[in-house]
Ligand binder design. Structure first.
Ligand SMILES: Nc1nc2c(ncn2[C@@H]2O[C@H](COP(=O)(O)OP(=O)(O)O)[C@@H](O)[C@H]2O)c(=O)[nH]1
Ligand SMILES: [Mg+2]
Length: 357
């Protein structure tokens, strides 16, 4: 007998930086979501659709919960908690960072104090009527694996989970285990999305995300969290997509850091973001970046809405790229046009592509 088709929605919730977006990418087999070692990388929910045989899992990746200090932070928390309601299942992800710290070796017996307070807060806010799978990530960083069992027990005493999976999603370890636990519990029914659909977010969303990802990876201190990115222009054609985007920063000094000496930093950000987009879309991209100083954009509700936080922008869903054999997004990147980064006052442009205009 043919097994019934199953489909449903699953929100991935957990503290910031535990590996939620890394898990989403591993489950999709595509580098869709942005990942960085910094907390609060994901600011907005992202739907990614995994197709496994005839089953379909619509994953919702959420911003990690944290103690908010700005309007942006408050919106990120509200987004995560909202996303966790009304899904068929939840994946609650935590990591072993609390066990690897010095002075915690006494925790060889189940003891509620092993659980980090941020996890405890989040567990209290979860809807207990939604079946929840516990994923304990980054077990590769735990030398003494005997600490894992009491941790699993303590978490299961703190909340009712339908399954527990220790994982190292970065090494693709445990990912299929989580997927199996999910598939068993999905409602029966015909999948709502076409096999080729990867996400509901439009291309413009990923332009902003991939530029921000490079800034998160390449800059330090307050700069990574001081930026927002908007798309000003998007011209699509079968050969190449031409995109203009603006990086908003809070202070002129941050603009100077982003530009870098002779514009090199901005060019590097643009080049890497463009390569990532080309990989996702399966076609050539020309990306031109501008920088604008918009003081205190994080605290202004109107500015945040304009920058696209909380409201989805655009219409066309992204399909799984059909990469043809001739397409190689790594080719031809050695000849970047540096432009003149010192022109203009409010916004400066630096071409970030090898395409001549
Ligand atoms: N050692 C280790 N690091 C991981 C693992 N999974 C994710 N990470 C790293 O943890 C950091 C945060 O990951 P990310 O997916 O952005 O976390 P999120 O904030 O929960 O979405 C990144 O530097 C990842 O490479 C894992 O299984 N093991
Ligand atoms: Mg994330």
């Amino acid at each position: 007998m043919v097994p019934p088709m199953r489909s449903g929605t699953v929100a991935i919730v957990g503290r910031t930086n535990v590996g939620k977006s890394t898990f989403l990418n591993a489950a999709l087999g595509e580098d869709l979501a942005i990942v960085s070692p910094l907390p609060q990388t994901t600011r907005d929910t992202l739907l990614g659709i995994a197709h496994i045989n005839d089953d379909q899992i619509a994953f919702i990746d959420t911003p990690g919960l944290h103690r908010p200090r700005t309007e942006l932070g408050r919106r990120m928390n509200a987004t995560a908690v909202d996303a966790a309601r009304s899904t068929d299942l939840l994946v609650f992800m935590t990591d072993v960072s609390g066990l690897t710290k010095k002075g915690k070796s006494k925790h060889l017996l189940p003891d509620a104090s092993i659980i980090q307070s941020a996890d405890r807060d989040l567990l209290e806010r979860l809807d207990s009527s939604v079946p929840t799978i516990l994923v304990i990530n980054k077990v590769d960083t735990l030398k003494n694996k005997t600490k894992l069992l009491p941790y699993i027990q303590a978490l299961n005493e703190a909340h009712e989970f339908v399954a527990t999976v220790p994982a190292s999603v970065l090494k693709d370890d445990g990912v299929s285990g989580v997927l199996n636990e999910i598939r068993e519990r999905l409602p029966e029914g015909k999948p709502p999305y076409d096999q080729s659909v990867l996400t509901d977010r439009p291309t413009t969303f990923f332009v902003c995300e991939y530029v921000r990802e490079q800034i998160l990876r390449r800059t330090r201190r307050e700069v990574p969290h001081a930026v927002a990115v908007t798309v000003d222009q998007y011209d699509e054609s079968p050969q190449i997509d031409r995109i203009h985007a603006t990086i908003h920063v809070e202070k002129p000094g941050q603009r100077a850091i982003l530009i870098g000496k002779g514009g090199t930093s901005l060019v590097a950000i643009g080049t890497s973001a463009r390569e990532r987009l080309e990989e996702l879309l399966g076609r050539k991209v020309h990306l031109k970046l501008f920088i604008r100083v918009s003081e205190r954009w994080k605290d202004m509700p109107r500015q945040l809405s304009e920058l696209g936080y909380e409201k989805p922008s655009g219409k066309t869903p992204i399909r799984r790229p059909r990469r043809n054999a001739d397409f190689d997004s790594t080719a031809g990147t050695g000849d970047e046009d540096k432009g003149d980064p010192s022109t203009a006052d409010e916004s400066i442009g630096a071409p970030a592509s090898d395409e001549s205009e």
